[in-house]
Design a protein around this ligand. Sequence first.
Ligand code: PLP
Length: 460
Amino acid sequence: MVNTKIILDENDMPKKWYNIQADLPTPMDPPLNPKTHEPIGPEDLSAIFPMELIKQEVSQERDIRIPKEIWEIYRIWRPTPLIRALRLEKFLKTPAKIYYKWEGVSPPGSHKPNTAVAQAYYNMKEGIENIATETGAGQWGSALAFSTQLFNMNCRVYMVKCSYEQKPYRRVLMENWGAEVHASPTNLTQIGRQILKKDPDNSGSLGIAISEAVEDAATHDNTNYSLGSVLNHVVLHQTIIGKEMKEQFKQIDDYPDIITGCVGGGSNFAGSAFPFVQDKINKKHPDTKIVSVEPLACPTLTKGQYRYDFGDCGGLTPLLKMYTIGHNFIPASIHAGGLRYHGDSPLLSKLTKEGYMEAVAYYQNEVFEAAKIFAQTEGFVVAPEAAHAVKAAIDFARMCKSKNEEKTIVFVNSGHGHFDLSAYDIYNNQKLCDYHHPYDKIKECLNELPEIKTDTQCNV
Ligand SMILES: Cc1ncc(COP(=O)(O)O)c(C=O)c1O
């Protein structure tokens, strides 16, 4: 009888994160100062980030030790199980083996606390008492609220207005963990007031909420900013997922042929995939297919350009070289709130540009259809973001069926959907709209990007 769950002993939980910067075939393009367009130094970031995270951002060390205090907190829910989706395989009549790495078992219900705990810890160590942040779906905000509370810190969350309205229970969860939550754009910041003046009904975006949180941190004493995705140190902390997965596959003497996961800013998928991308770079497993999944309503990797752009809407953050559809992009109100970001992790973007990873995009109805198949076979109701990965895994399993191939597929199941039931309700009542972000709109936003001399653009 095959095991359904592959579970690591707590003592075998990784003690180090994996930093892919040590293995990159070519170096990263540096982040640039948003005004001078010159490479930034640590001092440019120290107003809003603790020095230890700034060091991790640029570190070339391959293995970075997880401090004992963080490791002890991870033990509340980690190691997370790798689960064989036997019932889904049977339903699809596929010869493929489907596994998923289940991150929905954390207290906030997603992969986000893997970095939230680490970020809160390093801020606390440097004497910071307040953290400002943004949140889309509310997963990141709740993970940070959970983590700051563990270290007796205050947390202020700018929550994208449409998610604030769609997901009131996420707000309650954050407040339960002691956070202050505001619907963004707010009247609390200069950038928020500017946006509301032009457009009082603005439904918000992650880009706007980031600007508000960065402004908050820069203008308040003893306050730092925390980002739930995109940056190198965030991805680094998420590699605990991929390192566990590798150990789990070793236990069953298997190795994935196809790895897939959803991409908002890229942290859950980069963190899961990078230990396997390392094997591709080192030519140990050169043929592994590593596929990011995004919504057609926010097609950053599939229709964007690889070039320098701001991380936020207000142009306050450093310019990052990444796939982007433009920082002024206002996404449609799809239910995968966490996948509505205009850019992507620079590391994931670079590895995609260089061909180590690839990407697909889906409409939200087909994604919810896949999530329902998953719920009716495997039982778990997944977050709309994670449902994108379910859809891709099902598509690959069907492809294996048509070619009669016995491949091993694994997808990252990044979170549960218990606070997303209103979205399922809309889908069940056939009232969910499909959006794709039109090419002309993407071009318009890309025309507003700063001109950087060294930028090599790829074609849309
Ligand atoms: C459950 C879940 N999965 C995935 C994401 C996307 O973020 P990232 O690409 O950084 O993992 C989010 C973001 O909010 C999320 O809540």
